[in-house]
Design a protein around this ligand. Structure first.
Ligand SMILES: CC(C)(COP(=O)(O)OP(=O)(O)OC[C@H]1O[C@@H](n2cnc3c(N)ncnc32)[C@H](O)[C@@H]1OP(=O)(O)O)[C@@H](O)C(=O)NCCC(=O)NCCS
Length: 171
């Protein structure tokens, strides 16, 4: 293969064999992106809460919840998860792209995958919550057609809270 060969980009379901790579990628992205937004202690707390292997294993077999990966030439470079919520909506719970691979359209592909899942389950909208200080993600979501429709503060334990905007787009 020549050095300038077009990379093969694929979006597919995450399975149990991907959990180690998923944990490593999540930790890399969170430790690179979130120090400007939340404390180091909260980053480690939330990584443990959301990306512990046993948590991921349980989510992979949960009905109405999906995890997908984006691979570039077979290497995981992004991921997303989304789940059905009451009221005919799909919640985009996570969307993350490796810092060295951002602004290449991968986040858009992952969001489109979640939007496709929403349509397949007769959902009218995709919703998400994003930290109010995560300006780059908010700008990206706006470009993908999301609008801020509210805000929510959630106690996540250990003295930490999430202070988020709620965003929504039709699918
Ligand atoms: C947010 C994130 C998932 C976006 O993924 P990405 O691959 O960089 O985004 P894309 O390249 O697909 O960009 C999608 C669109 O948003 C726009 N966009 C992306 N980043 C942007 C930014 N910082 N400012 C303005 N617009 C932006 C792009 O121009 C593109 O617009 P287009 O579809 O009109 O061309 C990624 O940057 C990321 O993982 N960030 C760190 C973690 C994070 O905050 N995740 C979200 C948690 S709620």
């Amino acid at each position: 293969m020549s050095a300038d060969a077009t990379p093969v980009i694929e979006v597919s379901a995450i399975n149990a064999d991907d959990i180690d790579a998923l944990c490593a990628l999540a930790a890399l992205i969170w430790r690179a992106h979130y120090p400007a937004i939340i404390s180091a202690a909260q980053i480690e707390y939330m990584l443990a809460q959301r990306y512990a292997p046993h948590v991921l294993r349980a989510e992979l077999v949960r009905d109405g919840l999906w995890w997908d990966k984006l691979t570039v030439d077979g290497h995981m470079r992004g991921f997303c998860s989304y789940f059905l919520v009451d009221g005919g909506e799909m919640k985009l719970d996570k969307v993350y792209v490796h810092p060295e691979c951002q602004r290449r359209g991968y986040g858009r592909l992952l969001i489109e995958r979640a939007a496709q899942g929403a349509r397949e389950h007769a959902c009218k909208a995709l919703t998400l919550a994003v930290n109010k200080h995560n300006g780059t993600a908010i700008a990206m979501y706006r470009k993908q057609g999301f609008e801020i429709v509210g805000s929510v503060v959630k106690d996540i334990g250990a003295g930490f809270a999430m202070d988020d905007y709620v965003m929504r787009r039709h699918v």
